[in-house]
Design a protein around this ligand. Structure first.
Ligand code: ACM
Length: 583
């Protein structure tokens, strides 16, 4: 028998805001804020113990040797190991029939008394709310007059939704879940005070965090830890900035000098641009292809796609320093520069440039399965790099190009074609739209950007980006005033939280071109992950909620309470930052 006579209390933002943080129910502490939460006023608590059984429905299982669906599929298997690892509980797991409730009822006699977490697919969620939708629903079953067992039904729209579902569950459990050093055996794994329902789904399908490791290299363990933090915040795209003036960070077998030269610099300017102060220490590092494969798989298991960025034609001093004989650039650095202000761009008139980049991309696409590859395109500094160069002038004449931004559009479209032929799409910063947004002498393009190019909007007026959306370009919105998490970027927590990635003046159909949003760290002055966390937090929490939670469900006061609670999780994960920024 399912107990059902309890009045439901659906919490409004206002009601939730009246509660002190400690009195918030576990469900109300979740970040990003779920779409719907309903908590029964009273009832038994749900506490996981070593015998709590995880049941996976057949439609989430894979075939065993007997042809039957006997093993949890990869998403469900990850959920089981995640819950076991976090709680330290045994949590026996099994696969059961599609009509799981009926199957359980039938086999009740043969089961010992057990609480259960049941993962199953609910197609209605898919129809109503898309592939990442999930619902958590609890009920109690009376075994005999003295005993009840709980069932936590985890319903998912598709296997993809298992990750957000288990992150919500994890956040509802005690923070010891996230602390590898905690005494898990002594922890009471209380999930909730009373029966509840959570129904949840994202506002945007693209929820990205960008990590710049070109300026400073942090290494495999650091990236995995960041991936864990992203997954917990339901972020699903890691935009990995792997090349810039300050370093090249990925092994390319055909071009070994990219790492033997391009991943090293003799010294580093510190504190700020033009400070004249240097660390006095060399800096180096790159990822081998095996390490990249390992990180890509680690991210995929956590529902995160990695989009690599190779930044061209500007920001390419490390590439140019590695292969001067290829005459990749009109201005040639002799080594990876120690300062972060470099005006070096590739030579778009040189066929060898396209050949080398195509070869590099051949290796990149074998490592990263993402359908989209980011090729930068920002801050080419046309005046300094291309203006007045005889090769550029001759090229413009030959091709009938009117402005330096026409030249850049030519370059972008060549790169976009190269990627298309390899079965991938190009993404670039919004400079590739060909407006002189930095006053760099590029003029305005008269060319037409290849239609399937994705625009990463960070800077300048919205109008050209809105026009691009109207023409059918997909957009990822990361307007810097809200989304940059760097030492010198201004947004405080409230400002970051106020970000609305929707672009004005678009029809509902055109608005769908806004795939989602991104937030960025740029690491010029961030030599280690402790400093990185100080820049990321707490802003990333606000931006993750902005990407996931419907606009009308956002509420800053309610958010502040949840962030304060979230710091207990960050403490458990040993992520340190300045708590005074939570205001
Ligand atoms: C950028 O901040 N240069 C994209």
């Amino acid at each position: 028998m399912i107990t059902s006579s309890i009045t439901r209390l659906t919490l409004s933002a206002a009601a939730a805001a009246c509660l002190a943080p400690s009195s918030l129910h576990a469900q109300e502490q979740v970040i990003p804020r779920p779409a719907e939460i309903s908590i029964e006023k009273e009832g038994k608590a749900l506490i996981l113990d070593p015998q709590t059984e995880i049941v996976v429905s057949e439609d989430l299982a894979t075939s065993g040797t007997n042809g039957k669906q006997t093993e949890p599929g990869k998403e469900a298997a990850y959920a089981i190991s995640y819950l076991r690892q976090g709680t330290g509980l045994k949590l026996p797991a099994s696969v059961n029939g599609l009509n799981i409730q009926a199957a359980l009822k039938k086999s009740e006699a043969t089961y010992a008394f057990r609480d259960r977490i049941i993962f199953s697919v609910d197609k209605r969620l898919l129809q109503q709310h898309g592939p990442e939708a999930y619902a958590l629903q609890t009920s109690f079953v009376k075994i005999n007059p003295d005993k009840e067992q709980f069932i936590l039904n985890v319903k998912i729209a598709s296997p993809k939704a298992i990750i957000p579902a288990i992150q919500t569950i994890a956040q509802m459990l005690p923070p010891a879940f996230f602390d590898p050093k905690a005494d898990k055996a002594k922890t009471e794994w209380k999930l909730a005070d009373a029966p509840f329902t959570v129904t949840d789904y994202p506002r945007y399908a693209w929820r990205s965090f960008m990590l710049d490791e070109a300026r400073y290299f942090y290494g495999v363990d650091a990236v995995k830890k960041i991936i864990d933090q992203m997954a917990l915040l339901k972020m699903n795209v890691l935009h990995w900035h792997l090349s810039d003036d300050g370093g090249w960070r990925i092994e390319i077998k055909k071009y070994p000098k990219l790492t033997s030269i391009g991943s090293k610099r003799r010294d580093t300017e510190i504190e700020k641009w033009g400070s004249g102060k240097y660390s006095g220490k060399p800096h180096e590092g790159y990822y081998t292809q095996d390490q990249i494969r390992d990180i890509v798989a680690y991210a995929a298991e956590r529902g995160i796609t990695i989009i690599p960025e190779i930044d061209v034609p500007g920001h390419s001093a490390a590439l140019c320093a590695s292969y001067p004989e290829l005459k990749l650039t009109l201005k040639q650095p002799s080594e990876v520069p120690a300062t972060f202000t470099q005006n070096i761009a590739l030579d778009p008139t040189n066929e060898k440039v396209y050949e080398v980049l195509s070869d590099i991309l051949d290796e990149i696409i074998t490592l990263f399965p993402s359908p989209i590859i980011h090729l930068g395109g920002d801050e080419v500094r046309h005046k300094d790099c291309w203006q007045g160069e005889p090769a550029i002038e001759a090229f413009m004449k030959k091709k009938g190009l009117k402005s330096l931004n026409d030249v850049q559009t030519y370059f972008t479209n060549r790169m976009s074609q190269i990627l298309s032929r390899k079965g991938r799409r190009m993404m670039g910063w919004n400079e590739i739209l060909g407006h002189d947004i930095h006053g760099d002498g590029g003029g305005t393009t008269t060319g037409t950007l290849a239609p399937n190019t994705v625009i990463n909007y960070w800077y300048g007026k919205r109008e050209p980006v809105i026009e691009a959306a109207k023409k059918g370009h997909d957009i990822v919105n990361s307007e810097w005033q809200y989304t940059y998490m760097t030492k010198f970027s201004k947004p405080d927590l409230r400002k970051s939280y106020s970000f609305d990635p929707a672009l004005p003046g678009l029809t509902p159909e055109q608005q769908k071109r806004v795939l989602g949003m991104a937030c960025h760290t740029w690491t010029e002055w961030i030599p280690d992950t402790d400093e990185l966390y100080r820049q990321m937090y707490p802003r990333i929490i606000a931006l993750a909620e902005t990407a996931w939670t419907a606009k009308e469900r956002k509420n800053y006061d309610d958010f502040l309470k949840r962030v304060r609670n979230y710091t207990r999780i960050l403490d458990a994960m040993d992520v340190k930052f300045d708590h005074s920024k939570i205001k």
